[in-house]
Design a protein around this ligand. Structure first.
Ligand SMILES: Cc1cc2nc3c(=O)[nH]c(=O)nc-3n(C[C@H](O)[C@H](O)[C@H](O)COP(=O)(O)OP(=O)(O)OC[C@H]3O[C@@H](n4cnc5c(N)ncnc54)[C@H](O)[C@@H]3O)c2cc1C
Length: 516
């Protein structure tokens, strides 16, 4: 990637700042249209919100309740396209809304039927009302006291960080240049005061460079206002950061293949308990925070709220001791007012063009990243006076595209790359060795991540190339020394670097361990 940048003499068509779902989505869209794109991410791909979601490809039952039919239909279509283009990573999942009051079954039954109908040809499965016995068949660990029945509907589930890494590979295959661990430290302007490029610093070497572009796209999520202020220090803020956390438990809390959806918690939110990679994922909260942090930390009230709400629905109420991992993420919600010239293409995501010509894309959700990217590239190309080219992503397969990947068990998330990982194991039997008894990962995955997936740190491997840190933080800490050794030999780290890497990982991982 560096040699591509060094050899690049003319201005880039677009420089995208931020390597989350939004930025990488934009890079795929722009590169597949034939534009010349550079994407820079200050940390690892997905280090921000995009590895910390509930991992649902969904239309948003919540928006339906608010009467926002257009938004739901758009997201349901995107959910369908995601399944079509990345079948190795997206699957349909049955969600059960348990009913404890007489009115709930007809009320939710009807709403969920509408949800199913709105998906049209992109439908996932048939919603219906369930008897008490059927509900317990789907959810054997549900609290039975007062249970009347339930309603089932279908939505999509995926592995967010894994999809993102495969999206990075897709963007690269389409011709984009993408780098992690390069921070954009400033925006440069031409004589008329229009943004014409970025100043950036390689976090590994400290080297600085300038990238010139016809348009710069700000896809920094919760950090969008920070970048906007580098062009216009007085820019009115457009982001309201809001934190959401998840707790992860073992699979005994939610046996079977179905999820629980609680439509109204005591604070009026939706709460999910979902089977994920052999564990139970429960979330989320919605707490306004003053400033976004690169490594957000769960608050005590949030932890207590999720434990208490989960305890109302699960036969065995989970306690702090049962928490295997806790992680927090920040929603880049867009302010409703206060930004005068915002071009809102949908009420969900916003594309805002500052007077300096900096294009900011924010809001939306993981599920709609493709549509967000399409809208953003349409606007950015017009602004930069690039030749008009149609969007190509509706049917563009994501790297690893493979049907029936499930047959490969724990390696299924690699899709078509599974054959390469197996080859690694065949060349050296040690690479087939497991990394921890509690998790399904093998050494070959570390080698693969370092050689082919731009993993640069122990954390990259444990948090995002595998999901060890998100599934079981203590197990991830146990695995860390072996990961550091394997990476040291792959990336030629000296002893000082290996030790520094380990201690940096331990510091981050301490936020994912819940102390009694
Ligand atoms: C708790 C929670 C649950 C969610 N669940 C779901 C869900 O189930 N389904 C769904 O569809 N959506 C969900 N979402 C929403 C979804 O996760 C986000 O909308 C999406 O991940 C935002 O992606 P992004 O790329 O805009 O931001 P991010 O992923 O945060 O990416 C921004 C990137 O910009 C980088 N950056 C910042 N400043 C700079 C700089 N100066 N130079 C270079 N890089 C920089 C950051 O390091 C970061 O990686 C959830 C969100 C939260 C918080």
């Amino acid at each position: 990637m560096w040699s591509r940048i060094e050899a690049h003499r003319k201005p880039w068509d677009m420089i995208v700042v931020g390597g989350g779902a939004t930025g990488v989505g934009v890079a795929i869209d722009a590169a597949s249209r034939g534009y010349d794109v550079l994407l820079l991410e200050q940390s690892d791909f997905g280090k921000g919100t995009s590895s910390r979601s509930t991992k649902l490809a969904h239309g948003g039952v919540r928006y339906l309740e608010q009467g926002n039919i257009g938004l739901v239909m758009e997201a349901l279509k995107e959910r369908g396209l995601l399944l079509q283009n990345a079948p190795h990573l997206v699957r349909d999942l049955a969600f059960i809304v348990p009913n404890y009051d007489w009115w709930e079954a007809p009320f939710y039954g009807l709403g969920l039927k509408l949800y199913q109908l709105l998906a049209g040809k992109y439908g996932f499965g048939t919603s219906r009302i369930l008897s008490r016995e059927e509900t317990l068949k789907y959810l054997p660990t549900l609290k039975t006291e007062g249970l009347r029945g339930g309603a089932v509907y279908y939505d999509g589930q995926f592995d967010d960080a894994r999809l993102l890494i495969h999206m990075v590979a897709t963007a690269f295959e389409q011709g984009a240049t993408l780098l992690n661990y390069v921070e954009v430290t400033g925006l440069t302007k031409d004589a008329q005061g229009f943004v014409d490029g970025v100043n950036a610093r390689d976090a590994e070497t400290g080297n600085e460079f300038r990238g010139v572009a016809k348009v710069v796209i700000n896809a920094t999520g919760a950090f969008s206002d920070l970048l906007r202020r580098k062009a216009e220090p007085a820019a009115a803020p457009m982001i309201v950061p809001s934190q959401g956390i998840h707790l992860v438990f073992d699979s005994s809390f939610l046996q079977g293949e179905s999820a629980i959806m609680v439509p109204h918690t005591s604070d009026g939110r939706v709460l999910f308990a979902i089977p994920w990679h052999g564990h139970t994922l429960v979330g989320t909260t919605d707490t306004p925070i003053p400033d976004p942090l690169p490594e957000p930390v769960a608050m005590e009230e949030e932890i207590e709220f999720i434990l208490a709400t989960a305890g109302q629905y699960l036969a065995k109420a989970p306690t702090r001791d049962d928490v295997l991992s806790v992680f927090a993420g920040i929603r880049p919600l867009v302010r409703a007012t206060g930004v005068a010239n915002t071009a809102a293409l949908s009420r969900d995501h916003v594309i805002h063009i500052d007077r300096s010509g900096l294009v900011t894309i924010s809001g939306g959700k993981w599920t709609t990243y493709r549509r967000m990217a399409e809208d953003c590239v349409d606007q950015a190309a017009t602004l930069a006076q690039l030749p008009e080219k149609p969007c190509m992503t509706h049917h563009l397969h994501i790297h690893g595209f493979l049907h029936a990947a499930k047959q490969f068990g724990a390696l299924a998330v690699y899709g078509s790359d599974v054959h390469e990982i197996r080859k690694l194991i065949n060349t050296d039997a040690r690479f087939g060795e497991p990394l921890h008894a509690a998790l399904p990962y093998v050494k070959a995955e570390v080698i693969w991540a370092a050689r082919h997936e731009m993993a640069r740190t122990v954390e990259d491997v444990l948090a995002r190339r595998t999901r060890a840190l998100f599934l079981n933080a203590r197990a991830a800490l146990d695995m860390a020394p072996t990961i550091a050794e394997l990476m040291a030999s792959e990336l030629r780290w000296d002893e000082v670097t290996r030790i520094k890497q380990l201690s940096a990982f331990r510091e981050v991982a301490s936020n994912y361990v819940l102390h009694p």
